[in-house]
Design a protein around this ligand. Sequence first.
Ligand SMILES: *Cc1c(COP(=O)(O)O)cnc(C)c1O
Length: 363
Amino acid sequence: MTETRAFNFNAGPSALPTEVLHKAQQELLNFKGTGMSVMELSHRSKEYDAVHEGALARLRSIMNISDEYEVLFLQGGASLQFSMIPLNFLHEKQVAYYVLTGAWSEKALKEAEKLGHTKVIASSKEQNYSYIPAVDCSLTLENPAYVHITTNNTIFGTQWHDFSGLPDADLVADMSSDILSRKLDVNKFSLIYAGAQKNLGPSGVTVAIVKKSLLERSHSNLPTMLNYTTHTKANSLYNTPPTFAIYLLSLVLQWVEEQGGIEKVEQRNEQKAALLYNSIDDSNGFYTPHAAIDSRSNMNVTFTLPTEEATKKFLSSAKEKGFIGLAGHRSVGGCRASIYNAVSLEACEALATYMQDFKNSYL
Ligand SMILES: *Cc1c(COP(=O)(O)O)cnc(C)c1O
């Protein structure tokens, strides 16, 4: 592979494995002897069906998802899930409980508020979402529809590391920015959802993993496309699915297998994050981390520099060196390096070195 690839630290859409793009390129004009690309196949053809079934089976295998769950490929992004979840599962006399850990959980809550009763059971908003708040596990939840959490907070750079101690109720999790980044016991959750464009593939497809027992509690009289049951009954083929995005997702899943599975991917993610956090911690205060130590994300590393001017300089010379996507979100400021699965160890090593060099030359 001789072509120049950027060191891509974009928050989403984000880096895809080079091997995946090569494979898609090779197959683009003539997918498995069909004389057409996956984009041009009928979604009812046997060739597309193999792609679709293969992607579902691989995801089940990699995440160890049992038969008690349905796996769905949906559209509308994680953002549509913010509405679909309360639409389907929040009944009149019930309460949906939310833990607020960032902008995405706020948005999820806002949609549920339009549809029924909600309550916030923990929040770190008053500290600009710099940590994952503890949930009082002695809480008894009145008529819970579900408890909603955001496992990785893409903008603020915090991540849940421990799911014990949550009150007893169906647990719903937005895993858009850390799905498939670490080993996970799916059985702790009743619904997991994720837009694909961070760790799973390109934008356009959203994965939902839904427990069958939760589906049984779903409202029945809903707009067809907003009803999970429509999609479970049709195996995510009720209408035309985003076929090319699902194809790329299946290639990313194959790539995860080739890496040695989720354990290996997790190990490398820990190594990658440690490189950057070490550069922050060893900088004598030049780089200030946003996240509290025990809440640090292995996917989005957020930090600020001493001045606005230093930040500007850091970002502009980073760009010259081929580091892309390092500007922080405006609600935190400073910088953010998103180091999803497809971002290589080499890219993180190069960034860690750049951070040290920049600090030394700036002071
Ligand atoms: C990116 C992101 C979203 C939004 O996803 P869309 O697919 O653009 O709707 C939601 N939640 C989290 C945690 C995210 O990182």
